[in-house]
Design a protein around this ligand. Structure first.
Ligand code: OAD
Length: 243
């Protein structure tokens, strides 16, 4: 079989896609693995965590401010575009769950999108229940404070040790529930299958009857869970697979 033979997406077939850092790699954002999980000698887990923020909020804001500045310079690649295209064909038979916080899927035109780990260009108050809001500012130097309560603002990112937003999980659950009795495909791209609950989606979908496809540069930890594996760069493979 041609490894790039497109799966049949006609008729009533549904498609749930999970993306990770690898999908943004060709736009110029290093993956977590590429960076060895380190930033300026700090383990990313120490910066991207509630404990890290409590210990040194200025350091955490510097980390995210640099990421905001870098992400603002980059543009989506052919992999993002292919996912936006297939969504236009499938409509509500499609859902994209991304672990990426860079916002590139939305820039590429994806609308049926859940950002499982939050968004780099959104902040919220660490002290009050003011809703999260768009914030593209790089906060170097002074710590940003909430207009409402004066508390510290924080990036609207799911940090290590934090739970995912229940509304995000509910949206994925609702899509999976809607696949019951239908033909459906779970496609993961550019993710190392190391961080849960995203990494567990493949086993759950397979048990519920989905065809499972992985597009990745190298075999990730959960590669054996996939029925079909296409090795390559997502910017090359996704446009051909989803043509
Ligand atoms: P990782 O950096 O763990 O994995 C990226 C995967 O993409 C690796 O398996 C690479 O082989 C693959 N890859 C690299 N370039 C690629 C390309 N051009 N095309 C296809 N695949 C490519 O990133 P994630 O799996 O996204 O969480 O990491 C998951 C989560 O762990 C992140 O969302 C983040 C991190 O800790 C939080 O921040 C909460």
């Amino acid at each position: 079989m041609d490894p790039l033979a497109p799966p049949d997406l006609d008729g009533d077939t549904r498609l749930l896609v999970l993306t990770g850092a690898g999908v943004s790699a060709e736009s110029g954002i290093p993956t977590f693995r590429d960076a060895n999980g380190l930033w300026e000698q700090h383990r990313v887990e120490d910066v991207a965590s509630p404990e890290g923020f409590a210990a040194d909020p200025a350091l955490v804001w510097r980390f995210y401010s640099l990421r905001r500045e870098a992400a603002a310079q980059i543009v989506p690649n052919a992999g993002h575009a292919a996912l936006a295209d297939v969504e236009r064909r499938l409509g509500d038979r499609f859902l994209l769950a991304t672990q990426n916080v860079d916002g590139l899927h939305r820039v590429a035109g994806s609308e049926r999108l859940v950002e499982m780990h939050g968004n780099l260009f959104t902040s919220r108050c660490a002290g009050c229940d003011r809703p999260p809001f768009e914030d593209r500012v790089a906060h170097h130097g002074t710590l940003p404070r909430c207009d409402r309560c004066g508390g510290l603002l924080r990036p609207h990112i799911v940090w290590f040790g934090e739970a995912l937003d229940p509304a995000v999980l509910a949206r994925i659950d609702a899509f999976i529930a809607g696949c019951k009795g239908k033909r459906w495909i779970f496609l993961a791209a550019g993710t190392s299958g190391a961080v849960y609950p995203a990494a567990g989606l493949v086993d759950r979908c397979r048990r519920l009857g989905a065809e499972t496809v992985l597009v990745n540069l190298e075999a990730p930890e959960n590669v054996r869970s996939f029925g079909r594996v296409v090795t390559g760069r997502s910017g090359d493979v996704l446009p051909r697979l989803l043509r």
